[in-house]
Structures are given as C-alpha cells and as structure tokens.
Design a protein around this ligand. Sequence first.
Ligand SMILES: CC(C)(COP(=O)(O)OP(=O)(O)OC[C@H]1O[C@@H](n2cnc3c(N)ncnc32)[C@H](O)[C@@H]1OP(=O)(O)O)[C@@H](O)C(=O)NCCC(=O)NCCS
Length: 155
Amino acid sequence: MRPAMAGDQPAIRRMIRRAGINPLGLAWRRFVVVEASEGIIACGQVKDHADGSRELASLAVAEGWRGRGLARVIIEHLQRQSGPPLWLTCREGLVPLYTRFGFREVTDTRDLSPYFRRLMRLARVILRIVRPEEGLAVMLWPESCTNREDWPVSG
Ligand SMILES: CC(C)(COP(=O)(O)OP(=O)(O)OC[C@H]1O[C@@H](n2cnc3c(N)ncnc32)[C@H](O)[C@@H]1OP(=O)(O)O)[C@@H](O)C(=O)NCCC(=O)NCCS
C-alpha cells in the first residue's frame, strides 16, 4: 500500500466506476492505493468537509482480490493516519463490515454533522426513486464522538 500519485488518477476512477460507488470527489492526493503486478487493486480516501467532519470514502477492492483482508488494511491505515472522529456512508448491508472497525450507525439525524444531515436528506429522496430496495447508513468512529451539541442546529 502507498499514497496515490498523479498517474494513478485514471486507475482510481476506473476502480470506483467498476465498484459502482460514488464517482464524485476522487482527487488522487487524498487516496491510498494497493498495487499488484497487474496495477491498482484497492483504494480508499479520507475527504474533508466544510463543517469540519472527515469521511472515510471510496473504499474499493478489485473483484478478484476481495475477501483477502485488503479492505481491512486500508480502513485500519486510514483510521491510524486520520485519527478519530471519522464518518462514512454505506449501503445498509455493509454496516456489519464497518462495525468490525469500531464504527457505529448514527440513526438519529440530530446527531449528524451538518454535512451528513444535508447529504442524508437529499440521498433519501434520490434513493427512494432510484434504489427503493436499499437503505443508506451513516456511521461514525468512535461511537462516543456522537454529540449533537458539537454541531450547529442549522445546516
Ligand atoms: C466492501 C469491500 C471493500 C470489502 O473488501 P474486502 O477486501 O473483500 O474486505 P476484507 O477481506 O478486508 O474484509 C474485512 C472484514 O470485513 C468483513 N467483510 C467483508 N465484506 C463484508 C460484507 N459485505 N459484509 C460484512 N462483512 C464483510 C470480512 O469478513 C472481514 O472481517 P474479518 O477480518 O473479521 O474476517 C469490497 O467488497 C468492495 O470493493 N465492494 C464494492 C465497493 C463497495 O461497496 N465499497 C464500500 C463502499 S461504502
């Protein structure tokens, strides 16, 4: 695993497109990648948001490389590098994965940072139309960082 370089940008975009996850905000400077002889086989990043929250995002492992602990290597590295608190959004089905790393689902929207509150409002409307069968979860590491007094009420 290594920090991404400018030349990795197309491979990161390809990887995210193939994984079918959010294709926005893929600036290579924030990424770490795992490289094998065939090229980049896994990636992930931490995004900074205007409200001060930071998000573990764009976690993807190439299909043939899944189930070998690569996501674990990336998640644990980004947790170590960024420190708490870290937010993330994921499909409901992936909540058990992130629970292994100390993330907990934030179910009360009043506990969300302004950025995630706005995102969830929008995402719930869009997902109801596009993918009604699948819920979206917001998770926070560690759980004890949930403190709604920390976030402005508006936003
Ligand atoms: C989700 C994804 C990143 C997992 O990558 P991976 O390299 O196969 O995961 P790992 O092998 O490192 O697994 C790490 C741990 O999570 C568990 N895990 C992996 N996939 C899981 C899943 N879908 N649900 C629940 N737990 C899961 C593993 O059992 C392992 O736990 P253990 O170490 O205690 O045994 C990969 O399947 C992927 O790229 N999917 C498509 C993109 C995607 O959905 N990204 C997440 C966006 S939020």
